[in-house]
Design a protein around this ligand. Structure first.
Ligand SMILES: *Cc1c(COP(=O)(O)O)cnc(C)c1O
Length: 394
């Protein structure tokens, strides 16, 4: 599958997206032009065939997270799932409970949905994280009140890869009668998840972060005890009334297949990626004195490294290293570059945040690619370091 040669950039941005697994593409293909029916057509075989594909996919997704098939709601992606979870729950419960708890390092789509709710009179608490990127359980507990409807804390952070204590947060929420939602876009297929063992009431999943297609996702919605929410898209009442619109069978089938593969291969894949990750970090540390890892190193998915280098402009580095597909956490805001708000929340200052790189390894990353990337990073970092030293001496 991996066709990398030194002529094409090394892909080390698996937190931005993952290629669709070939086996997933194979499973999807018949649903474009052979089994092409509308899955909601219940009067003929074309519809039944498409529906069967969707339902099989639903079962595969459910299986991976310990859910029931009926608890899986297909959406267009984790962005929509997160919006439905936050806005849907807040809308439905706002008369009696008008408070939502989330965290400063959430994905933009959770934070922006929360901002929207604030504009509509919902109280939102944004919990801080420690220097390790992890949430403090006591702060979660203290934030919960009689008016709290929902806690939304992500499973795995998309920039620093740290894993939040889901089961502990879930237990706290269950104890206090508050719904627990988790954005698991970066966690599904990477770490074992069980909605019952972790007392998760709502969970967002993204197809393209788990080697499935873009444009599809899931919101898991617990049935017992039942989670009530207001639909955000009205129409034919598909997905048990929670998300109207014709489902896309090829995309649903793709996500289902991706989940089935992840269930079978997650353990071996995590082991392999852990070794590659260590190889990358050791390789850099052999040649560069000051490399720090942003975020906790233990409670972290193996396919992520977020590294800060001493006084290096990461954006300049990447401009010189077009043969590496890596990302900085910084965002382009019209004319200026903004440092990562996630790294800020960890307590990094601007210069440290701008000196940070997110390196994402995944299913098709090879040792050869890792070694090439180490060599190139060392080269560019030394060059930038030298230039900075000359500029400093002048
Ligand atoms: C990618 C991502 C999203 C958005 O998912 P889409 O399916 O692209 O809408 C949300 N949350 C996290 C943590 C992500 O990594």
């Amino acid at each position: 599958m991996n066709t990398w040669t030194p002529d094409s950039p090394v892909y080390l941005d698996y937190q931005a997206t993952t290629p669709t697994d070939r086996r997933v593409v194979e499973a999807m293909l018949p649903f474009f032009n052979e089994k092409f029916g509308n899955p909601h057509s219940d009067s003929h075989a074309f519809g039944w065939q498409a529906e069967a594909g969707v339902e099989e996919a639903r079962a595969k997704v459910a299986d991976l997270i310990g859910a029931e098939t009926r608890e899986i709601v297909f959406t267009s992606g984790a962005t929509e799932s997160n919006n439905l979870a936050l806005k849907g729950v807040a809308d439905f419960h706002r008369q009696r409970r008008n408070h939502v708890v989330t965290c400063l390092t959430e994905h933009k789509c959770v934070l922006e949905a929360a901002h929207r709710l604030e504009g509509q009179g919902i109280d939102v608490t944004y919990l801080p994280v420690g220097g390790d990127g992890l949430i403090d359980l006591e702060q979660v507990s203290n934030a919960l009140g009689d008016k709290t409807a929902l806690v939304s804390i992500m499973a795995v952070n998309n920039e620093i890869g740290v894993i939040q204590p889901l089961a502990e947060i879930g237990a706290l929420c269950r104890d206090r009668g508050v719904y627990f939602h988790t954005d698991a876009a970066q966690a599904v297929g990477k770490i074992p998840l069980d909605v019952n063992a972790m007392s998760i009431d709502l969970m967002s999943i993204s197809g393209h972060k788990v080697y499935g297609p873009m444009g599809v996702g899931v919101l898991y919605v617990r049935r017992r005890p039942r989670v009530r929410l207001t639909a955000q898209i009205d129409g034919g009442g598909q997905e048990r009334g929670m998300r109207s619109g014709t489902l896309a069978p090829p995309l649903c089938v793709g996500l289902g297949e991706a989940c089935a593969i992840a269930g079978r291969e997650m353990k071996d894949e995590a082991e392999r990626l852990g070794l590659l990750r260590d190889r990358l970090l050791d390789g850099l540390r052999k040649h560069i004195a000051d490399v720090t890892v942003n975020g906790d190193m233990e409670r972290r998915i193996p396919g992520n490294l977020n590294l800060a280098f001493d006084r290096i402009d990461a954006n300049a580095l990447l401009k010189n290293a077009k043969d590496l597909a890596i990302s900085t956490g910084s965002a382009c805001m019209s004319a200026s570059i903004e440092p990562s708000y996630v790294l800020h929340a960890l307590g990094l200052d601007d210069s440290r945040a701008f000196a940070s790189l997110r390196i994402g390894l995944g299913r098709y990353t090879t040792e050869e690619e890792v070694d090439y990337a180490v060599g190139r990073l060392v080269e560019e970092i030394k060059r930038l370091g030298k230039a900075a030293a000359i500029a400093g001496a002048a």
